[in-house]
Design a protein around this ligand. Structure first.
Ligand code: AMP
Length: 225
């Protein structure tokens, strides 16, 4: 760990864009708490909080939770660590959520990952899973020892319906439709930093260079103050 960035960061990226990889590298390199909203909601279900029934119903149907509810969870969580800084992931999913968050708590930087759709389709189309265990294989990088069979149990593996190319394309279109206005919102505020590429290993050094610069600038501001 270099040094901690006590900045409020937000990360945007399509499913399959490598957002998880980049986010965990940021968290590890700078010690920034990584808040994944989907995980937060699943924890609420586990804890059987008052709202867990509503949350579970929405998650099970793949529907977005009501904006007020999700904002409350997010802001409550972020308030606890706002002085440490954070990396928010999985929020906002709509322009309305971005506007609501901005009224309650301002973020300092928004990192957007742009990975071409053909690259994402290519990555996800080879993903197969053993459904009972959740073990994931990739026919290109980590194929099963025996084609079509789980390594541990020998049971059949399958392709998730939503990893099929035509479904991925649809998911990506929906994602872009929702995310473009969010990016525009943060661009207007001068907070958006976009990173474009095909591989996380090539995108990461650029993200790191950007964050190192932020860290340097905020340290020199502190020294000057
Ligand atoms: P994820 O793990 O990011 O795929 O999120 C799982 C589920 O949690 C989604 O399908 C939604 O039901 C819910 N969810 C996650 N993030 C949000 C959000 N920002 N707004 C509303 N619902 C969300």
């Amino acid at each position: 760990m270099t040094s901690q960035i006590a900045r409020r960061l937000l990360i945007l990226g399509a499913p399959g864009s490598g957002k998880g990889t980049i986010a965990s590298r940021i968290a590890k390199t700078y010690g920034t708490p990584h808040i994944v909203v989907g995980d937060l909601l699943r924890q609420h279900i586990q804890r059987k909080s008052d709202e867990s029934k509503t949350i579970k119903e929405h998650i099970d149907k793949g529907l977005l939770l009501p904006d007020d509810l999700v904002l409350k969870f997010v802001v409550d969580e972020l308030e606890k660590i706002r002085d440490q800084g954070f990396l928010l992931d999985g929020y906002p999913r709509t322009l309305k959520q971005a506007e609501m968050l901005h009224r309650q708590m301002k973020v300092n930087h928004v990192i957007a990952l742009n990975v071409p759709a053909d690259e994402i389709i290519n990555r996800l189309k080879d993903r197969w899973v053993h459904l009972p265990s959740g073990r994931v294989y990739n026919l290109q990088w980590s194929p099963p020892k025996v084609a079509g069979k789980d390594d541990e149990t020998g049971e059949p593996i399958s392709q998730r319906e939503d990893d099929k190319p035509e479904v991925i394309r649809h998911r990506l279109n929906t994602h872009d439709k929702n995310t473009n206005p969010i990016k525009e919102f943060y661009k207007q505020l001068g907070l958006l930093q976009e990173f474009t590429g095909r591989e996380s290993d090539k995108i990461w050094p650029e993200v790191k260079q950007y964050l190192d610069r932020i860290l340097k600038d905020s340290n020199s501001q502190k020294t000057a103050a």
